[in-house]
Design a protein around this ligand. Structure first.
Ligand code: FAD
Length: 494
């Protein structure tokens, strides 16, 4: 290739580069974002696209990652061309036919969670006799703010069940109750994971609703960034001195979780502070906007007391347009800036799972190590599962003697979907009816499905490990004794 040709190519390339750079200007995507979301999280596939297209990036063959060799202008070309970054709007929020900014046109619905669009849609559907019933979620009358899914058959009940409860609700159970009781046409309100369950039942080859032609389900999806485990979040609120019976509204807005009593804000928390109470499944969910729904409704991008509404299917568009025409819903045009806010949040959710890093903590005893003993009886791995605590098993405990025969490795796994805090682990050797060599470890926090490994030193007598029985007991600050079991490590050396 001649130099002349080279130069001509590079100037044409530069022209295109500048053109795209200008187009992306202001999007605030920079090399730093690529580093944070793709390189540091370990999802970079080392294709080298970023370094190949940007004049100030070079591929570092030793580190196996791109390196800045000039000033980053923040144009985001590297970020937006990376195959691991999701930047296409359809990939971020799913396909939709029409977008709206909406609020209720029904006076009784004003004061619902946001614009009251979901409740207004249900009112419209009941008034027009388009549905026999609807699945909504209300608060359990006996346990404050615990969600209970229900099948309703009137618009009055729809108005009563307005408002968001930021915890998983077993909506499919209520749906199937309705289907079994000959409800033929039903509106189903649910978070993206609830909507996915119904979509799967409708579409998968063995789906329970696929060949069941007597039921038609209109799926109304709620946008959802996070859902919480009420077993973990509510005790935290109570510890903070909040009486949940007095709380009339919970709201997530602009990265904060608010609790209200009437119009008064009782308390607010940064969502990050509450991350540990998040339902573990949300760490792996990438669907913000209920992509499999007929109509998806959220608050992001719409402004206060309004909704962002996406009609995805033909039926969804017809229902929305008729509800607007008949005054149930008031709609404003959906602008690029409304969409951009949704896209921004959707992208955060799509990349969230990359930031989940398995934590593994080792607490190693400081006991002096003896030389490994040679001839030990056969010891096989013993795996025991904790006895149920109440109706729920909270921990799985595995134990195994280490290779050097100097200690018992004890792996403790949180098998409930919420954070366990302040665990005291007590291990002792059992001799006849006496417990000897008690040993303690504190675990400050054990995240959902996290496993922590600790080591109990084996007593060495006359150069040989003294085996026999050990007892492992685990106490939780909140739930009391949640684990207790004896293990036989093998016959004692004489
Ligand atoms: C767990 C959760 C997380 C959310 N996160 C976001 C978010 O990050 N960004 C965003 O823009 N919007 C989010 N939303 C949606 C938002 O809170 C509103 O539900 C939505 O904007 C509709 O407002 P609305 O005024 O039309 O609702 P309303 O007219 O008040 O109707 C809300 C409907 O949702 C039902 N419902 C309440 N709680 C649940 C539940 N746990 N599961 C299933 N159905 C329920 C109610 O029964 C009611 O029918 C979330 C909702 C939930 C439940």
């Amino acid at each position: 290739m001649t130099n002349e040709l080279n130069n001509e190519k590079s100037s044409k390339y530069d022209y295109s580069f500048e053109y795209i750079k200008k187009k992306l200007e202001g999007s605030k995507d920079s090399f730093g974002k690529l580093v944070k979301e793709v390189i540091r999280t370990g999802i970079c596939s080392q294709c080298g696209t970023c370094a190949a297209i940007c004049p100030v990036l070079e591929w570092d063959p030793i580190l196996g990652e791109p390196r800045l060799v000039g000033r980053c202008s923040g144009c985001g070309i590297c970020y937006n061309n990376c195959p691991k970054v999701i930047s296409d709007p359809i990939d971020l929020v799913g396909e939709f036919k029409a977008g709206y900014v909406t609020k209720t046109g029904i006076p009784e619905v004003v004061g619902a969670q946001d614009g009251g669009t979901v409740t207004s849609l249900l009112c419209y559907l009941f008034d027009e006799h388009l549905i026999d019933g609807a699945v909504t979620t209300k608060k359990d009358p006996n346990r404050p703010w615990v969600p209970v899914a229900q099948l309703i058959t009137t618009k009055e009940e729809a108005i009563e069940s307005a408002g968001s409860i930021y915890c998983h609700s077993q909506t499919v159970d209520a749906l199937m109750d309705g289907v079994r009781n000959d409800i033929r046409s039903v509106a189903f309100v649910g978070t993206p994971c609830n909507i996915d369950a119904v979509a799967k039942m409708e579409n998968s080859p063995s789906g329970m609703l696929k060949y069941f032609m007597r039921a038609h389900v209109l799926k109304i999806g709620l946008f959802c960034m996070d859902s919480f485990s009420h077993e973990a979040l509510y005790p935290f609120f109570e510890k903070e001195g909040i009486d949940l019976r007095e709380i009339t509204k919970m709201d997530i807005n602009k990265g904060k979780f608010f609790l209200f009593r009437g119009d008064d804000e009782v308390k607010s928390y940064k969502i990050k502070e509450l991350d540990k109470f998040k339902a573990s499944s949300c760490n792996f969910c990438t669907d913000l906007a209920a992509e499999n729904a007929d109509i998806s409704v959220g608050s992001v991008g719409s402004g206060p007391m309004k909704n962002t509404t996406l009609a995805r299917t033909g039926l969804g568009v017809e229902i929305m347009d008729d509800a607007i025409k008949k005054g149930y819903i008031i709609a404003e045009p959906f602008s690029v800036s409304n969409l951009n806010s949704v896209l921004y949040l959707a992208r955060l959710k799509k990349v969230m799972q990359y930031n989940v890093k398995a934590r593994r903590v080792f607490i190693v005893s400081d006991m002096d190590r003896e030389e490994p003993f040679e001839e030990l009886p056969e010891l096989k791995e013993q795996v025991e599962i904790a006895k149920p605590f109440g109706a729920r098993r909270m921990l799985r405990v595995d134990q195994k003697i280490n290779e050097a025969k100097t200690g018992v490795n004890i792996a403790i796994k949180n098998v409930v979907g919420f954070l366990l805090e302040k665990l005291d682990v007590r291990v002792a050797t059992v001799e006849d009816i006496f417990e000897k060599r008690p040993w303690k470890a504190d675990i400050k926090e054990l995240y959902p499905f996290e496993s922590i490994q600790i080591q109990y030193p084996i007593e060495i007598k006359d150069g040989k490990p003294a085996l026999g029985e050990i007892i492992i007991e685990i106490f939780s600050d909140t739930y009391g004794k949640i684990f207790s079991r004896k293990y036989d490590l093998g016959p004692k050396e004489k």
